[in-house]
Design a protein around this ligand. Structure first.
Ligand code: ATP
Ligand code: MG
Length: 656
């Protein structure tokens, strides 16, 4: 990976286009030549990236048929897709089960003794499962579910931390045709209650307790407090993880380890229709009440199999670590289903990334020889704050590719990641996607030239665009990020809310998918995600993106993280308020307000310079690690902060 170009300063006078990031990195020819996508292109006589994108746009069904053909179907589908916007169906009349492809196939193949998961607990304990072990555990648990009366189409609600029983439970549901609804273990039990009631689950799964930063969280006890408000629940299965002495309710509560003892290690995999539901998953709740997104067996499997194969380039010998939580879509797609579909070895880590010290992740990469690593900008910025001395203590030479997801990555964080974690040789895949999309949508491939802070271009076949308010496609300035085509792992509806499905996503521009994010496309067709529609600033008539002002602030050597919001102003419309976290050891915070104002003025221009700067210890974030600007904005305006149930660190609100 090397720097090929820093373009001359051709900063646009258009204030929508603020950021002056002009560095371009090119992957080495080794990276390109050994990549899955390059080999696939050779097979299809495609010469370069642009030709690939064009050919896929012109022939989307050809592209997806080729990839769907790499998976096994009980019955071959008859039609690739039916696209009747806003409703899509994929691989019609096919019979399929994602678990057959993720597990059964491998348990019967030569890779049966290969490790599927290496699990490490926060305390350092390790548990490994081969594909055959995992297959057996899934079958035993699937038999438990069947015995408890769970049938095809029933929804099982799951509230588990990052332990192996979580993927086992999900796979067991899918195997017998049940739908899983996983609730992130960091949420209050109230969220579990609401989702159980939403889905009318008869069976739910939880754990006695688990540790975060060494602190014990007694999940079962919390669940006990809500169970009298979940009338449909007949059985609660409890995993014994911490060995806590908990109250087990006679007739209702069942220990996982007891339930599986007498179960067979074989269980029939249900032949599902391609379009049968696989899971319900609620969005992170960054902008409001979470939405219950529904994904299906066939198209979802093909979408995530393909993206993981081509974007993260996973091959037989890779050790893959997607350091997200399975409670979010990133974990569903790229910890559970994707890597198993590809038959690779994955790391599953229970704990906090900086526990017991900021070397934890890097130490694990060294220990397990991780080759491809995927995390979020918030984590990268946190490690920037601790300094490069931590990664420097470990040998990270096994890494060959890196990735990020969740928020726009500031160019300085990208460069830090590339340099200090990737040793300057690993391309960084900045993948833009959503719970709703199921798979990567705007993303580089290992063969793409990269611009720090840009998610590069749409994945092959995806027709993404940037529209102005009138619906006209634009280049250069910020606009609505939309998708005009369908893709196999597109969500099919919002659970029990079909009207909201149409209204929220398909009505602003009829039959075009509205992502809710703002992006700008540069004159080379690269996409730059600028933030969420609700967060865009409006200063003296200029639309200014939060991501770009924040990136300018973070480019100051003493800054670790920043959030900006608009405060209503009589004349200007809005003025910019910046909340800034400094790196460790940055010294006195006294002069920083002026330094930062000046720095932004110099980087972008006076219009984007914050009117107010405040140095803070922490910023309010969602439990998936995203800055919640909505809450900061409410504080700035002196309004009530609203629903903070998805906030990870409510105390941060006070620092503001
Ligand atoms: P809610 O929809 O309930 O507000 P959420 O949007 O945070 O929650 P997710 O589906 O987990 O829930 O997150 C998707 C969003 O994350 C995207 O719409 C975008 O705002 C942000 N995002 C994800 N990846 C990237 C990326 N690579 N660059 C910029 N933003 C990203
Ligand atoms: Mg969203």
């Amino acid at each position: 990976m090397y720097l090929i170009r820093v373009e001359g300063d051709k900063m646009s006078k258009d204030l929508d286009t603020l950021l002056r990031e002009k560095r371009i990195f090119k992957p080495s020819s080794d990276v390109v030549k050994s990549s899955n996508i390059h080999k696939w292109m050779e097979k299809h006589e495609i010469n370069d990236y642009d030709e690939l994108l064009q050919k896929a746009l012109d022939n989307p069904d050809w592209f997806w048929d080729e990839l769907a053909g790499e998976l096994e179907w009980f019955k071959q589908y008859k039609k690739t897709k039916k696209w009747n916007p806003p409703y899509a169906e994929w691989f019609l009349d096919g019979k399929f089960n994602i678990v057959y492809n993720a597990l059964d196939k491998h348990a019967k193949g030569p890779e049966k003794d290969k490790l599927a998961y290496i699990w490490e607990g926060e305390s350092g304990e390790v548990r490994e499962l081969t594909y055959l072990d995992l297959y057996r555990e899934v079958n035993r648990f699937a038999n438990v579910l069947k015995k408890l009366g769970v049938r095809k189409g029933d929804t099982v609600s799951i509230y588990l931390p990052m332990i192996l029983e979580l993927p086992i439970a999900m796979l067991a549901c899918a195997k017998i045709g049940a739908v899983h609804s996983v609730v992130f273990s960091g949420f209050w039990a109230k969220a579990f209650q609401e989702r159980i009631n939403d889905a009318k689950s008869k069976v739910a799964i939880t754990v006695d307790g688990f540790r975060r930063r060494g602190k014990l969280i007694e999940l079962k006890e919390n669940v006990d407090n809500i169970l009298d408000k979940t009338p449909t629940i007949e059985k609660l299965i409890v995993v014994r993880h911490e060995g806590l002495n908990i109250n087990m309710q006679e007739g209702k509560d069942i220990w996982w380890h007891e339930a599986i003892t007498e179960m067979e290690t074989e269980c029939k995999t249900e032949e599902m229709d391609s379009e049968d539901p696989l899971f319900i998953l609620y969005t992170s709740g960054t902008t409001g009440k979470p939405k219950g997104v529904v994904h299906v067996h066939g198209g979802y499997a093909v979408g995530i199999y393909t993206t993981l194969k081509f974007v993260f380039d996973l091959k037989e010998d890779d050790v893959w670590w997607c350091a997200a939580d399975i409670g979010w879509v990133t974990g569903h797609s790229y910890i559970v289903y994707g890597p198993l579909l590809l038959g690779v070895t994955s790391i599953l880590y229970e704990g906090t990334p900086d526990y017991p010290d900021p070397g934890r992740l890097w130490k694990m990469i060294e220990n397990y020889g991780v080759t491809v690593f995927y995390t979020a900008p918030t984590t990268i910025r946190m490690f920037m704050k601790f300094g490069e001395k931590w990664p420097q203590k470990y040998n990270l030479d096994s890494l060959r590719l890196l990735g990020t997801v969740g928020e726009p990555i500031n160019p300085e964080a990208w460069i830090w990641y590339h340099q200090h974690i990737g040793g300057g040789r690993c391309p960084v895949m900045d993948t833009w996607w959503q719970t709703e999309t199921g798979m990567h949508i705007i993303t580089p491939l290992p063969i793409s030239e990269l611009k720090p802070g840009s998610a590069v271009k749409p994945f092959p076949t995806v027709e993404a665009d940037v529209l102005d308010d009138a619906g006209k496609s634009i280049t250069g300035g910020g606009g609505h990020l939309v998708i005009k085509s369908t893709w196999p792992s597109m969500f099919r509806t919002l659970y029990k809310d079909p009207e909201r499905y149409v209204e929220s996503y398909w009505s602003r521009f009829p039959n075009i998918y509205l992502s809710g994010d703002v992006a700008r496309r540069d004159d080379e067709g690269y996409f730059w995600i600028q933030g969420r529609e609700d967060d865009v600033l409006n200063v003296a008539g200029h639309r200014i993106s939060t991501a770009e002002v924040e990136s300018a602030i973070v480019s100051h050597k003493s800054v670790a993280e920043a959030a900006v919001v608009g405060k209503p102003h009589d004349i200007k419309g809005e003025e910019i308020c910046a909340f800034v976290i400094l790196k460790e050891g940055s010294g006195s915070t006294e002069d920083f307000e002026d330094i930062i104002k000046y720095h932004v003025r110099k980087e972008i221009g006076p219009i984007a310079s914050p009117a107010h700067v405040k140095i803070v210890k922490d910023l309010p974030k969602t439990r998936s690690g995203k800055i919640m600007r909505r809450v900061i904005k409410a504080k700035v305006k002196g309004e009530p902060v609203g629903d903070t149930s998805t906030l990870a660190n409510p105390e941060a609100v006070e620092y503001l």
